[in-house]
Design a protein around this ligand. Structure first.
Ligand code: SF4
Length: 416
């Protein structure tokens, strides 16, 4: 499927794994950390204009609302560039969301697209049947000027999903289970192509979460077939033509992995790699925690807010635990507020933040001190990712994170 999308964007009848191609882009993305570097490079070519002001997206999400003077200077640089070039999709405080949540939500990416972003989790849009991948800032600079990028065509691993997920098991558990199986380099520079009858039962929020973490297995991209769930999601929001690409029945895969969804358990990645997974049965009740973060481009969508509220309703966050909830976009914030989820969160003793990456990358809004442990719905638990190098991050779903906030220990939501 990936190879077909790349061939179409390179104007070629077909492509092969390992082939170098130049492809036209449907969208390119930068954020408040990567865009300033790209803008510097872009301006070095002198007098350039962006290839298409509607196909460049600049999202101020990592350190915004600005956490310090350096962050303020960086965002100012991007804001001025966006104004000068009349960039249509510039997202700042008040309109802002975490980039990989807001782009699908606003219909800026869709089926059949070829998208790059100067951020590693750009692979998220594969949930919509797009090819999307992270690049460096200099690639973004060139893409903003030319609308093109070069790629080495990846080979593919097929992940066959069968059955249905049980209660309290989500897309996050699927991807953590997969990374636990194959390791953080198990799909190095390959396309993770999800298929099988189990796909139909996964919501779009589940798929976005799974594709988001493809990079945590080293994958070039993760991609889902376009089905009725996809078409319903993009209907009324995606304004370009929907292009559906399908894998051939005799497509070549380097490897086929089968996951029976009904057999999965809530899964947690222990420090300090996403591959250090254990099922909740192997860790429940033993790991004492100091903080819970529910949000990010992985799990900051409405379904995630609802899952957290389902657990926190009528319960209290444990004494000594800080529970920070961050809806990923303004729309998720508004929907959560209208559904009454914030009342549940606040009554439980949780804090609700404006959309931001914030603590996910140790930026602000909940940095960990030495010796502290957090359960987080984010996607990385590397050393020092959320604060001090002697802190620990445990990756989990919103159900597990909320249940852990209630008990103060990593907890099976079904046990409450
Ligand atoms: Fe990166 Fe975290 Fe922001 Fe996602 S939420 S874009 S992983 S910093």
């Amino acid at each position: 499927m990936t190879q077909k999308i790349l061939a179409a964007h390179a104007g070629l009848p077909n492509v092969k794994a390992g082939q170098l191609i130049e492809a036209s882009l449907d969208l390119c993305l930068g954020n408040d950390i990567t865009a300033p570097v790209a803008i510097n490079e872009f301006e070095r070519c002198g007098g350039c204009s962006v290839f298409d002001k509607s196909r460049v997206a600049l999202v101020m999400d990592h350190f915004t609302p600005n956490k310090d003077i350096k962050a303020a200077q960086q965002v100012k640089r991007v804001r001025e560039f966006a104004g000068k070039h009349d960039i249509e999709n510039y997202f700042d405080v008040g309109r802002m969301g975490v980039e990989h949540a807001i782009l699908p939500e606003q219909g800026l990416v869709g089926p059949g697209d070829c998208v790059i972003g100067a951020d590693s989790h750009t692979c998220t849009y594969g949930a919509l049947g797009a090819f999307s991948t992270g690049v460096g800032s200099t690639d973004l600079a060139t893409a903003m000027a030319t609308g093109k990028a070069w790629f080495k065509v990846p080979s593919a691993i097929k992940v066959e999903l069968t059955g249905r997920l049980p209660k309290y098991v989500t897309g996050k558990d699927v991807i953590l289970h997969l990374i636990g199986m194959i390791g953080v380099d198990g799909a190095l520079y390959k396309s993770l192509e999800f298929a099988g009858d189990g796909v139909a039962s996964l919501s779009m929020d589940d798929r976005l979460c799974i594709a988001n973490m493809a990079i945590e297995a080293g994958a070039k991209n993760g991609i889902f077939p376009v089905d009725s769930v996809t078409l319903e999601y993009v209907s009324g929001r995606f304004r370009r033509e929907v292009r559906v690409f399908e894998a051939d029945s005799d497509a070549e895969y380097e490897r086929v992995i089968t996951i029976e969804l009904s057999s999965l358990r809530p899964t947690v990645a222990f420090p300090h790699l996403p591959e250090n997974t254990r099922t909740i049965d192997e860790c429940g009740g033993q790991v004492k925690i100091d903080q819970v973060v529910i949000g990010s481009c992985t799990n900051g969508r409405l379904e995630d807010m609802r899952a957290a509220a389902e657990i926190l309703k009528g319960r209290k966050v444990a004494k000594g635990v800080r529970c920070i909830i961050i809806p990923a976009t303004q729309q998720v914030w508004l929907d959560s507020m209208r559904e009454g989820l914030f009342e549940i969160f606040i009554e439980a003793g949780a804090a609700v933040s404006t959309p931001t990456c914030g603590p996910c990358l140790g930026g602000h809004m909940g940095i960990l001190a030495a010796g502290e442990r957090a359960v987080s719905t984010t996607n990385r638990n590397f050393v020092g990712r959320m604060g001090h190098v002697d802190s620990e991050v445990y990756l989990a779903s919103p159900y597990v994170a909320a249940a852990s906030a209630v008990t103060g220990y990593i907890t099976d939501p079904a046990s409450l």
